[in-house]
Design a protein around this ligand. Structure first.
Ligand code: CIZ
Ligand code: SF4
Length: 347
């Protein structure tokens, strides 16, 4: 039963004490979040894991790329476990390393040595390592603007992986016109753009988040009709049109803080993952907080981590046979760390 599972999880947590650390991503289910030692976005959780030297076992309640980043930032005797190996990220999976290496060669034929690669932290360790090797860096949704600005002091152009929306929204905010952006289609191995190829400043990988893509212009029109007073607050993984029509856009922490600061009785339609929206709506009972898309928008892979998987993972530690350990190969980890550190130095 649920109660038995919860009791067992608490028992193992008590038994291991500070040797066990459970970071929980904001998009995780409440049943998992109740056992999290800390909650946060992916980078914050990876940094907290790295600063937690007492933790021998880090049971990462989030998705695969987040556990990889935690492994990259922690030391060799800390084991990072992912309670369900099927907890991937469809966006991260849209850029595989072979496709990226091929794209780089083809893009160099067009642009020569004028590009700096940047990758959203929502990417595999191999993609982060690719950026690290080519003088590039990682970005998060909180520091993307600063990082794109920096990148454009290094090279004439940036190659932005894997989320076209975060890349486009960030570049647009910095005054780069849509005509100065191109899209690299990894399936067709083709560059899509309007206008003059020499004007291109930003090359966007054609990836997207299947959760944030579900918020539409129609949703915005509908909610404004129903609630003329509404404040629309979305994550920059949403499309350019949606971000332009919303009132506010920003990272997960921006969204959380915006609602904290909001006055009572205000109305908020939020364009981000459902578990977070539901939690915010419960916390802010003095405000009206709901999902911008009435069909809600769960991240199915985040939701794979549930009580049974968390318990299974913890019991494997208790049995002395930890399962689903995430280990990034040494050379990949070293190059990925270069990319992450270039970001941490600046943002
Ligand atoms: O959309 C996601 O998966 C986010 C915002 C991840 C993160 O970096 O915390
Ligand atoms: Fe990946 Fe989107 Fe899920 Fe985040 S919400 S883990 S970007 S699929």
């Amino acid at each position: 039963s649920t109660e038995e599972m919860e009791n067992r999880i608490q028992e193992i947590k008590d038994k291991f004490g500070t040797r066990l650390y459970i970071p929980g991503h904001h998009y995780q289910k409440d049943e998992v979040i109740q056992f999290a030692d800390d909650t946060g976005d992916s980078l914050k959780l990876a940094q907290l894991s790295a600063n937690n030297e007492l933790a021998e076992y880090i049971v990462f309640c989030g998705v695969h790329f987040m556990a990889e980043t935690a492994d990259i930032l922690t030391n060799d005797n800390q084991k990072v476990l992912l309670p369900d190996m099927r907890a991937g990220c469809s966006m991260a999976d849209m850029a595989d390393i072979e496709q990226t290496e091929r794209a780089w060669i083809k893009l160099q034929e067009i642009f020569g040595d004028t590009m700096l690669p940047l990758t959203y932290v929502n990417s595999t360790a191999a993609i982060k390592a690719f950026c690290g090797k080519h003088d590039g860096a990682t970005v998060t949704s909180s520091n993307a603007k600063k990082m794109v600005e920096w990148a454009l002091t290094q090279k004439e152009r940036i190659f932005f992986l894997p989320d076209q929306h975060l890349g486009r929204n960030t570049a647009f905010d910095l005054g780069i016109a849509l005509e100065e952006m191109a899209i690299w289609d990894p399936e067709l191995e083709k560059l899509e753009f309007d206008g003059d190829v020499n004007d291109i400043k930003v090359i966007l990988w054609k990836g997207y988040c299947s959760v944030h893509e579900k918020f539409t212009v129609e949703n915005i029109e509908e909610v404004r009709k129903q609630h003329p007073e509404v404040n629309i607050l979305v994550h920059p993984e949403c499309s350019h049109e949606v971000v332009q029509l919303s009132d506010y856009d920003g990272s997960t922490s921006y969204i959380i803080n915006k609602l904290k600061d909001a006055e009572a009785n205000t109305i908020w339609a939020i364009g981000t993952e459902m578990n977070l929206v539901k939690r915010l709506s419960q916390i802010h009972s003095d405000k009206q907080v709901f999902s911008l898309n009435p069909n809600m928008c769960p991240c199915l892979t985040m939701n794979r981590i549930d009580l049974p998987h968390l318990l299974w993972s913890l019991e494997s530690i208790e049995n002395g046979n930890p399962i689903n350990q995430i280990t990034v190969e040494k050379e990949v980890a070293e190059n990925a760390l270069l990319a992450v550190n270039r970001m941490l130095q600046r943002a």
